[in-house]
Design a protein around this ligand. Structure first.
Ligand SMILES: NC(=O)C[C@H]([NH3+])C(=O)NS(=O)(=O)OC[C@H]1O[C@@H](n2cnc3c(N)ncnc32)[C@H](O)[C@@H]1O
Ligand SMILES: [Mg+2]
Length: 429
């Protein structure tokens, strides 16, 4: 038997060459006295055909979908077969015969979520997870080549960053109540006083009340913070980072994007600089389109969707009113009613993928705003210390990696952007 090689490599061999592949039975059917077995591995699928004379013919007829197998034979060209080639099967070793696999082609989204531990084998999710892998790797690559240190922040925390409404309380071992982190931002702000430029990739938790296509209760959050950085500086970081990630996915995952039916021309437009529009301008655009919104309102998914149709690449929406942003956002000294904040919205209806901006760096201003927001400064004692000891102008952002993958892969629901999604109604499997 020849050495086992990946399916993708087997499909590059010439007709007549001996080949051995291993994986799982993706499909199986009989046609007359021949048995057709399609084998799936992490690199793709290949068909093997077993005639009655082949040693593996009996095994090929009794093997079940998702059984693990090792198949050997000789390659032959056949334009009807996946990849244009098939194995003229000699032997089929059944490593483990699968029970009756529960997933059928017409399975509902809800059922596929219920059996997600099996559904992750699908070619669609395999393609998405390869894109996700590239996106995470490219994010680390960009930060590391641009002088950012990767750091880690705690998951158990004592205070809200993004408002108390989406906190998950946890009864701690000492009987106290702590929370699952909504954002590592405050810890990154503490770390810039030594490392200056830091980032982290970790879960964030949001007890979201609304069930939407783009909200998870546990999501993967890439956050960065930089000392001496202002709003324009952090926007440049964001557009360079996102462009780098998209470039890497286009380089490495052309096959996966094509398999998912993604329009690559849209992604090829993702190069800096990204357009920037003010919140004021956004409200004007929406009102001119008949959207019932007034200045001071927050933008939800529907309003963002309308805005994204105006652009063919990601764009920044900056200068939100302080009333729709968290307390830590710095107010614009030239126009205190708005903040030095900015969201990055992905085009094609996807909307917000990044939130960030400049932080309040003066102690008195931060205490006053905490109080004005009805919060208790004593809940933020250590965070205020960062302004007592050598405060500096600084800025940062949080990128939702699942939303990023949802946009890049062209998915219609965020649950398809990660292996085991957590939503308001799902914490299984
Ligand atoms: N370091 C920072 O400056 C981050 C800041 N404290 C923060 O958490 N901003 S954010 O709430 O807009 O969330 C940031 C991003 O996190 C994503 N996000 C935010 N909430 C969710 C939910 N529920 N599900 C999935 N993704 C979510 C989304 O892309 C947001 O733009
Ligand atoms: Mg946000």
């Amino acid at each position: 038997m020849s050495q086992v090689i990946p399916v993708r490599e087997a499909l590059k061999l010439s007709q007549g060459e001996e080949v051995t592949v291993r994986g799982w039975v993706y499909r199986r059917r009989d046609l007359g006295d021949k048995a057709f077995v399609v084998v799936r591995d992490s690199t793709g699928i290949i068909q093997a055909v077993f005639s009655p004379s082949a040693r593996g013919h009996d095994a090929a007829r009794r093997v079940t979908v998702e059984s693990s197998v090792i198949v050997s034979g000789r390659l032959r060209d056949d334009p009807r077969a996946p990849g244009g080639k098939e194995i003229q099967g000699e032997n089929l070793e059944i490593v483990s015969l699968a029970d009756n696999f529960p997933i059928r082609r017409d399975a509902s989204r809800e059922f596929l979520l219920e059996v997600r531990h099996l559904a992750v084998r699908s070619r669609k999710l395999t393609a998405v997870l390869k894109i996700r892998d590239t996106a995470f790797a490219a994010l680390h690559e960009w930060f590391r080549t641009n002088g950012y240190y990767e750091v880690q922040a705690p998951m158990f925390v004592s205070a809200a960053v993004e408002g108390g409404a989406t906190l998950f309380p946890v009864k701690y071992v000492d009987g106290s109540t702590v929370y699952l982190t909504q954002s590592s931002q405050f810890y990154l702000e503490a770390l810039i006083f030594s490392l200056e430029k830091v980032y982290t990739v970790a879960p964030s938790f949001r007890a979201e009340k609304s069930r939407t296509r783009r909200h998870l209760t546990e999501y993967w959050h890439a956050e960065a913070e930089a000392a001496w950085m202002g709003l324009e500086g952090i926007l440049k970081v964001e557009e360079e980072l996102i462009s780098h990630i998209v470039r890497r996915v286009l380089e490495k995952n052309h096959d996966e994007l094509t398999f998912l039916g993604r329009d690559l021309s849209r992604l090829k437009l993702v190069e800096p600089p990204f357009p920037r529009i003010s919140y004021d301008k956004a409200i004007e655009i929406l009102q001119n389109k008949g959207v019932g919104i007034k200045w001071g309102d927050d933008l939800g998914a529907d309003e963002e969707r309308v805005l994204t149709m105006e652009f063919d690449k990601p764009f920044f929406l900056y200068g939100f009113p302080e009333s729709v942003k968290a307390f830590y956002h710095k107010n614009d000294p030239s126009r205190p009613s708005v903040t030095l904040s900015a969201d990055l919205l992905a085009p094609e209806g996807y909307g917000e993928i990044i939130g960030g901006g400049e932080r309040i760096d003066k102690l008195e201003e931060l205490v006053e705003k905490i109080k004005r927001f009805g919060l208790n400064p004593s809940d933020y004692e250590w965070y205020l210390d960062l302004r007592r000891y050598g405060s500096v102008p600084h800025a940062g952002f949080g990128l939702g990696m699942d939303r990023l993958v949802m946009w890049i892969a062209g998915l219609d629901h965020i649950v398809d952007s990660l292996p085991f999604p957590r939503t308001t109604s799902r914490t299984y499997p």
